[in-house]
Design a protein around this ligand. Structure first.
Ligand code: C5P
Length: 225
């Protein structure tokens, strides 16, 4: 049988949402099931990669052969991702909350009759994908981000790739009615140096396998054995 193409390669995948505490019982979060990121972690592992999955809160089980960490917040996700470096491949599939509450309280905020609701001050979360993409000696060879868009998917994704500095962007159309969020299927556009590839609607598992194959091909093209 053909040897596994990603044997000896280290991959880190972020997946799922993050939860940013308001107080001990409340949080700000994102809609993300984690399905696509988990599927990518599994697919990379099946091609032989050593995969660390850094997962926000989800109800999913880690795929076979994949190790990693479960985290709650964007800052925890960032630390766990850096702890897993160096890596050859980083796939940021997580839906990190863009903001966190500046000063979460240690005790539950009480509702008090007649009082106005609390005002939350938000501060930006670290952008893990943009930080990892910064050029330097430790930069992973292939950094891949996701773009969930509702309008002008392709143009927005091309702009996002430039802004973040990552190598590839996998863009999906999450507009109402597509059933991508939480659903089993996804339609992706892969944006790289080579241009734009439009992939058909397929199961998230199949999209993950296809992406893992493309990653393996990139490494074999870069360094023919
Ligand atoms: O900026 P936006 O959230 O649309 O970008 C999405 C991409 O950036 C995804 O790959 C996501 O995992 C990554 N991201 C990140 N850290 C953030 C925000 C987004 O890694 N704080």
């Amino acid at each position: 049988p053909a040897p596994l193409p990603l044997i000896g390669r280290k991959a880190v995948v972020t997946a799922g949402p993050t939860h940013e505490p308001i107080d001990p019982v409340r949080f700000l979060g994102n809609r993300s099931s984690g399905l696509q990121g988990y599927a990518i972690a599994g697919a990379l592992s099946r091609l032989g990669a050593d995969v660390t999955l850094v997962s926000g809160p989800t109800s999913l089980e880690f795929p076979q052969g994949v190790h990693g960490a479960r985290v709650e917040t964007g800052e925890e996700m960032r630390s766990a991702t850096y702890a897993a470096l160096p890596a050859d491949i980083v796939v940021c599939a997580a839906a990190v909350a863009d903001w966190r509450v500046e000063h979460p309280t240690n005790s539950k905020i009480k509702k008090q009759a007649g009082q106005s609701p609390p005002v939350l001050t938000l501060v930006p979360n670290p952008d893990i994908l943009a930080e990892i993409s910064v050029v330097g000696p430790k930069r992973p060879r292939l950094v891949i981000g996701f773009a969930a868009e509702t309008d002008d998917v392709e143009a927005n994704a091309i702009a996002k790739r430039a802004r973040k500095g990552c190598d590839w962007i996998v863009a999906n159309d999450v507009s109402t009615g597509t059933n991508v969020m939480g659903g089993p299927e996804n339609r992706a556009i892969l944006i790289s140096d080579a241009g734009v590839e439009r992939w058909p609607l397929m199961l998230k598992d199949d999209l993950a396998s296809r992406l893992a194959e493309r990653i393996a091909k990139q490494f074999s093209d870069d360094a023919p054995s």
